[in-house]
Design a protein around this ligand. Structure first.
Ligand SMILES: [Zn+2]
Length: 535
């Protein structure tokens, strides 16, 4: 047996809570920050940057707390201001006093910015770096220096950019992090410049912080590693201002699953924890109330989805034929989509996945395939609506109990003046449902007709109510289709329950309320089937 070569340690630094928090529309509470820090710690991220103590009350409070995490919890802030001593700078004092394991300073490394933005001399900038690193080391903190605009600075004045990096390293900073702050540097440039830096500073003290403005932040991070850098900074789901930061959710599996990296490097994320990646990614989306990116590499719903029938039969025989890594390694799953292009193999695979046992030669499979094709021709989209397909399959095979009947519903939209004299539009829905021998009438008021109908439908389902209490509508999409002689509306509804499971249902009709009603009904019935409710 060949002796295993000792692998080098590569460190991961997450800045979701600091750089990611710069994103438009993102506003983490203290609790959000503690939850995300906990998830990152569990995952095995080496450094978690919590924020900027002294800059806002949330971050100040966060760094006043005991956190009991294994990760190196890092505070971010500026080096001492020009013209001040380190002991006479209140911003620096707040940073040094924060309950942090490490301090990440940010300093300018582009001469143009030093002169124009900071209005000081290059020497004073270098002195500020040295003094700040020294002060933090004296406080017993691990120190990192983010060299802002490093790549643009290096192109303009390589001596000065390198001098900034060296000043921090020589003063004892554990890491000198090269930042592509404007995000415009390309992978081959990153590789060339990091190679030069690593001739002056050992690579196991060099980090990369890439932004995604040319959609190459992940590639730039990997290029830096190839050139010798040993720390990667990034965020969950690539969160960050403008086009975002390097996406750790793509970087981590690449480092773990691509032999070029996995043979050479070891990271703090174990194989077992890698399986939690999808969950961690979705948890952040949920906190931000965002629909997950279906096309996200590795963790997206479509990342391992195959549509065409001919591919599907190959995938069932040998998954490697169309998958670059096994989906289970990152907690995802293979998805064979049922659509008008579908062959028998897609349908069979989908039936197996949802746990419906059917003989391969059962004539009802051909019936199901025909029904799917007919319905897709009039606008249904089963590849997007997994739960509606599940119900259609069960119905075709005769396996959905008749739980309840909506005898009648009524929706109205009213525009009027309210007590403040403002013009408002409100909707009311009344639903009459028959559950067994019981007839239930519920009303709901909402900001729109579908919202009102949804609330009324889910208000009282009698003996089934307990199954749907945790049901929540998380996304609603409408498309107008031109299907032959008249325009029809397709509604896709995404729902979620108390376990965090999500599913999508579809409805199609010339009338938008009717299409929405079909999708809402499918969502509720799917939940009841899933919960094992009996009629
Ligand atoms: Zn940044």
């Amino acid at each position: 047996m060949k002796p295993e070569m000792a692998r080098e340690r590569l460190y991961l630094f997450d800045t979701t809570l600091r750089d990611g928090a710069q994103t438009n529309g993102v506003d983490f509470t203290l609790n959000d920050k503690l939850t995300i820090a906990g998830l990152l710690d569990e995952l095995g991220i080496d450094y978690v940057e919590g924020g900027y103590p002294g800059a806002n009350p949330t971050d100040t409070e966060l760094f006043g707390k005991q956190r009991l995490l294994d990760t190196t919890f890092t505070a971010f802030g500026m080096t001492r201001r020009p013209g001040r001593s380190a002991s006479n700078d209140p911003g620096l004092a707040a940073l040094l006093d924060a309950e942090a394991d490490a301090i990440c300073f940010v300093a300018k490394s582009w001469d143009y910015h030093v002169r124009v933005a900071l209005e000081t001399t290059l020497d004073e900038n270098l002195a500020s770096i040295r003094d700040s690193v020294r002060a933090a080391k004296q406080k017993g903190r691990e120190v990192l220096l983010d060299c802002e605009h490093f790549f643009d600075g290096y192109k303009a004045n390589p001596e000065f950019a390198l001098a900034c990096a060296k000043a921090a390293y020589e003063e004892g900073a554990r890491w000198v992090v090269l930042c592509d702050t404007n995000g415009g540097t390309l992978p081959h440039e990153v590789e060339a410049i990091v190679t030069e830096v690593c001739k002056v500073i050992p690579g196991d003290h060099v980090g990369i912080h890439a932004h995604n403005d040319t959609e190459q932040a992940v590639a730039n991070s990997l290029a830096a590693v190839r050139a010798g850098a040993r720390q990667i900074q990034g965020t969950l789901n690539g969160l960050g201002e403008r086009c975002g930061n390097a996406n750790l959710v793509s970087i981590i599996p690449t480092l773990k699953l691509k032999p070029e990296f996995s043979r050479q490097f070891e990271i703090g994320v174990t194989d077992a924890k890698l399986k939690d990646l999808l969950h961690v990614s979705r948890a952040l989306d949920e906190m931000l109330n965002r629909a997950p990116n279906r096309h996200a590499p590795y963790v997206g719903e479509s990342a391992f989805a195959t549509k065409a029938g001919i591919h599907a039969s190959a995938i069932m025989k040998e998954p490697k034929t169309y998958e670059h890594v096994p989906p289970e390694t990152v907690g995802n799953r293979r998805k064979l989509m049922v659509s008008d292009q579908a062959g028998r193999s897609n349908v069979l695979a989908e039936l197996e996945r949802i746990g419906l046992k059917v003989d391969r030669n059962d004539p009802r499979i051909a019936t199901l395939l025909d029904v799917v094709k007919e319905r897709e021709a009039i606008g249904y989209a089963y590849e997007a609506a997994d739960a509606s397909f599940d119900l259609l399959a069960r119905r075709t095979l005769g396996k959905v109990p008749s739980y309840f009947d909506v005898v009648q519903f009524d929706v109205n939209v009213e525009q009027r003046y309210n007590a403040l004299g403002e013009r408002v539009t409100v909707s009311m829905a009344v639903v009459k449902v028959k559950v067994g021998d019981e007839t239930l009438i519920s009303a709901g008021e909402g900001n729109g007709p579908v919202n009102a109908l949804d609330l009324a439908l889910r208000k009282d389902l009698g003996k089934y109510q307990r199954y749907i209490n945790g049901l929540e509508l998380t996304d609603y999409r409408v498309r107008i289709l031109d299907a032959g002689t008249e325009a029809v509306t397709r509604v896709l509804i995404e729902s979620q329950d108390e376990t965090g499971e999500r599913w999508t249902t579809v409805g199609v009709s010339p009338n938008i309320i009717d299409a929405s009603f079909q999708a809402l009904m499918d969502s509720i019935v799917y939940k009841l089937v899933k919960a094992g409710a009996t009629a």
